[in-house]
Design a protein around this ligand. Sequence first.
Ligand SMILES: [Zn+2]
Ligand SMILES: [Zn+2]
Length: 348
Amino acid sequence: MVKVKSYAALQPDKPLDPYNINRRDINPDDVNIDILYCGVCHSDIHMARNEWNNTSIYPMVPGHEIIGKVKEVGSRVKKIKVGDTVGVGVYVDACEKCNNCNSGKDHYCEEGIVLTYNSYEYGTKNITYGGYSKSIVVKENYVIHIPSEMDLAKAAPLLCAGITTYSPLRHFKINNTHKVGIAGLGGLGHMGLKFASSFGADVVVFSTSDSKKEEAFDMGANHFVNINNSNEVRDHLNSCDYILDTVSANRDMGKVFSFLKTDGLIMLVGLPMEPLAISSFSLIDKRKGIVGSAIGSISETQEMINYCYEKNIYPEVELIPISKINEAFDRTINKDVRYRFVIDMSTL
Ligand SMILES: [Zn+2]
Ligand SMILES: [Zn+2]
C-alpha cells in the first residue's frame, strides 16, 4: 500500500477536504500514473452528494477524467512505458469474459464494470478512488494512450464528456445527410456539438436562453433555438433525424420529441435524478424513439482520442487549483462554467 494525497467527500452534506488514501502496490499488469489534470464531471457532484439512489460509498475521491504520466509499470505490462502520457476514464476493470467484453462493448460488461471511483475492486472490499488525487494505479487494459503533443489540460474532459457524446453519434453513423439536435449546451452538449459538426451534420442547438448563442455558432452550430422563443421553435419542429439529449434535469419531454422528424431518435446521455415522464403519444406519432447510451468502450475511447488529436477537437475548459473544487461544484450546479472545470493537480 502507498499513501497518496487526495481530496475526498467524507459524507454527502460536507465539502470535499484534503484526505490521504491508500493505493494498492502495483500488480504485474498494473500501471502507476502521476496525475496531472482531472476534469470535473457533473456525476462527481451527484456521487459526492449521494444524489443517485443512495449508491455513494465514503470516503469518496471523485474524478474520472484523468490525464497523467506513467511513473511505474508492472512486469507483464506490454503496451505502456514509463514516461508515457495516458488517460483514465470512467472505469478501471471489467470481467473480460462476458459476451459484451468479448465483442468490444466492455463498457456494458454483464458483470458490471468497476468504476474509477465509488466501486469495489472485483472480489474485494477495496474502494476505488478517482482522479482528485496525486496518483492512481490502473490495469494496463483500461489505460488510454494520449499523444504527448495534445493540450493535456484540455484533453482531460474527453475521457468522460468526450466519449459519452462521441459514442452514440458514431454508433448511429452521423454524417452530412443528418440533421442533429443538441439539447443542452453544457459539458456534454458542447462536445456533442463539436463532434456532430465535425461529422458533417446540420446541427441545431436547443437551449433555454440566448446566453450561449454566439458561442454555439463559434463551436460549429448551424442553428440555435431558444426553446422559450415560439418562432424559433416553430422553424425546427419535425426536422431532426437525431437529438443528442444531454440535459440532466426533468422537463417536458414531449417538447423534445416534437423536434424529431418521422423515425427520428433521441439519444439520451443526460442523467436526471428522477425518472423521465414520456407520453406514449410522443412515440407513436411519426414512429419516434429514444435510446440511452453510456460512455464508450476502451477501444472506442482510444479511437475518439486519436480523432480529436487529428482534428484538433478539444473541450472548452476553465483550469482551477484543487482548493477551488467546492466552489467549482457549486458553479457547475448553477451552470456558471464554460464549459468544463479541469483541476490542475500540481496544486495538491
Ligand atoms: Zn463523467
Ligand atoms: Zn464482462
